[in-house]
Each structure stands twice: as structure tokens, then as C-alpha cells.
Ligand binder design. Sequence first.
Ligand code: PLP
Length: 446
Amino acid sequence: MTIAPGTSPTAAAPDRAAPGGARRIPGREELGQMYRDHLNRGRATLGEMFGGHVEVESQGAWVTTAEGRRFLNCGGYGVFLTGARHPTVIRHVVEQLQTHPISTRVFLEPQAALAAEALISVVPAGLSRVHFAGSGAEAAETALKLARTKGRHRLVATVNGYHGKTAGALSLTGNELFRAPFQPLLPGTTHVPFGDAAALEAVLAEAPGEACVFVEPVQGEAGVVIPPAGYLRAVREACDRHGALLVLDEIQTGLGRLGTWWGADAEGVTPDIMLVGKGLSGGVVPVSAVVATREAFSVFDRDPYLHTSTFSGAPLAMAAARGAIAAMKEEELVTRARELGDELLPELRRIAVHHYGDAVREVRGRGLLLGIEFAEPGPAGDLLIELIDNGVIANHSLNSHLVLRLTPPAVLARSDVDFLYEAFDRACRAQAARYSSTAGSSRDHA
Ligand code: PLP
């Protein structure tokens, strides 16, 4: 990605010290230095590229900086479907915080069971067991271990697919940039083109009864890549024919992001194992989950100490998960995500094509997972920075330099949608002149 330095002012904001110092907010320059000294030098540089802003508050679709500037959050790498600090999530989490945030893990504890019950109430029929974890990558690790207990040691994932960056998950993630420094990763891993069920079937046929397939319903980090209709069903059938286990990674696509509860729903597919993350946190407490059939999960049922982690199922995170699912049901946010996506996609496409002409290759999406693909590397990064200057946070795509991603929350108000259109129009207008050759002609009929 070619990202030019941001243009926002870099003046230091005054310290806003709260009594007791728990909310001390260092000024910009001091914070940058603290990042350089103790966190990550590269991250400090990226923060400057993105305008040097310091985020300190969030509510609903909006993020506020230390200087009091507000940004419409259409980024967050897909976490914020319920927006920030949704009242239902906060209510669940605060009650739990004030009573019992971390359990002994000796006694039984209600929040874990209630969160599992809530999650099972919305997943595809046939999935009945849950293991909670803290991150998406941990969920992928758990699925890898379950697959091994079933003798599925040959792993098949997709080119440009993303499943996280812990060693096992990274073996599945299909991007050499992230993999190369850590080789050798897990042996016996093959990457097949995404969307090509025949290519997958050919690999599975070589290892009957030995393979485990990891696939996303729509590839998020690859740049919102939507497979042909029927792909997931064909993947399921190929797995069944060759005795392969199917792990569906719904960490980015699930919990309403695509305008359905799960990408699997669109094709009526039930995987053996499904991975859930991001939105399950309600944007409040990190939590992920592995949801499995009783058969795929059986080894964990037999030995509860085989796969453990200190904070797995912590009551505070369980309260967030329950709150997130409750908020989604109460406000029908899955339907809202579909309706909003149906409205946003054509308008964003119209604006992008109007300004960029042929320099934009495709504007695509499903529900509230939206991608703007450019014909060359460069414009996606520049537009990302220009959008920030215009008050909108978006994301690049970890496995594609060509695609800018928008993952707005389903709680956008009418005025937020209008703000997004205006900011997107201004940002495209400001940047397009550098790249577009045919925008003038497309402008006439856009
Ligand atoms: N799987 C998918 C599809 C993802 O999009 C991501 C993160 O973007 C992950 C797994 C990894 O999740 P985490 O970053 O929480 O480890």
C-alpha cells in the first residue's frame, strides 16, 4: 500500500488528567514518543500517517479524539456491528464487572453457560458445543487441534485467506508477507484458489479422510472477495465426499456483518466447526468462540483439561457476548445491516466511479462488508487517509493493497449515512484527479 503522510495538524493536545490519573491522556507528541519507546516504532509512524489523531472516547458510530474531533467509524476491522458502547452490552458488562468479572474456574459459573446458550440460539442447526477464547486466531488454533483429534492433519485453506497470526492460524493465512519470517509453519498445508470448488476437490481427493478445510464465506482481509453463488455448498459437498472436516471462519463475516446471521445461512450450509469473533465482543470486551457439532467437539467433552486457557469463558467477556447477541436481537440489527448495505453499496459505487472512472475496478460488498477495489496499488491508501481528513475511519485490507474496506456499524442513523456520502464524495473528488483518466466521461452517465 502506498500511503502518503497525512495532512492533519500535529500540535500537541494538552494533558487531560482525571483525578487519580486513570484517564491521563498524554499529548500527541508525548504519546508518539511513548509508542516509540515502549510499544512499536512502526506503529507510531503509522499513527502519524493517519493524521496523528489520539482516540479517547466512542459512542455508537462515532469516535472522539483528545482534541474533541469526531470521526464516523466505518473501520474497526469489522468489530463494531453494534457500534461502540451499545447500552445493552454496557448494561450486561457493568453488572458483571460489579459482581464477578473473573471466575475461579473451579466452580461452575452461569455467565459462560448463558453466553453459550445465547450463541447456540443463533448459529446454524446442528452446531451445539462452544469453546470460548479471546481472539480470532485462538479460535482458529482450537479448530486446528479439534481437527487433529479427528485424524485430519492435512490442512487446506485458500489463497489470500485470513485466519489470524498465531503460528497455527498463520499456517492457514494465505499471505507470504506475514508467513515468511516465521517458517517453517505447520506441515501439510495447501492453499487453493478461493471460489474454485473444483480445485479444492482435487486436493481433497488426494487425501481421503485426512483433510480439514478452512474457508471464509466472503474473504475479508483479501479485500471483500465474494465467491460465486453455490461455492460454500459445493465446498460442503466436496468435504462430505472425501471425508474432510469443514471449518467455516465467520470471524469477520458472522453475527450479521453480511446482512444474515452467518455467511453459511445464505447457502444453507452447516460446517463441522464455525469460528466466531470480532462482533461477539459487542465492541466492549474481546471474546471469540469455536462452535462445533457434538461429534467434532467430542474429545473436549471427554477431557476438559485438554484445551484450556486462564481467561477462556471469563464472566466479563461472557457478559459482553450475551449483551451483543441480545442487542442484535432486540434491535433486529441483522435486518438493519442488510437494509443499510443495500442502500450504501450502489451509492458508494456511484460516487467512486463518478470521480475515479476506470481507476476503480469494482465496488462490491454484502451487507455491511464493503470494498472499493482499485486498478493499481496506491489509491486505496491515499483514499483511506483522505477519508480520515474528512472525518471517516475506514480500513485497508491486510491481504490486498488494492482494496479499501468499509465496515460500518448497523446502528448508523440517517444523518450518519448522509455524513458518510458527503465525506466519501469530498475525499474521492480530492484524490481522484491523481489517478483517474476516464472519470470525466463516466461522470456524464454516473
Ligand atoms: N479470521 C478472520 C476471517 C479474520 O478476519 C480475522 C481478523 O481479521 C481473524 C481470523 C483473526 O482474528 P484476530 O485478529 O482476533 O486474531
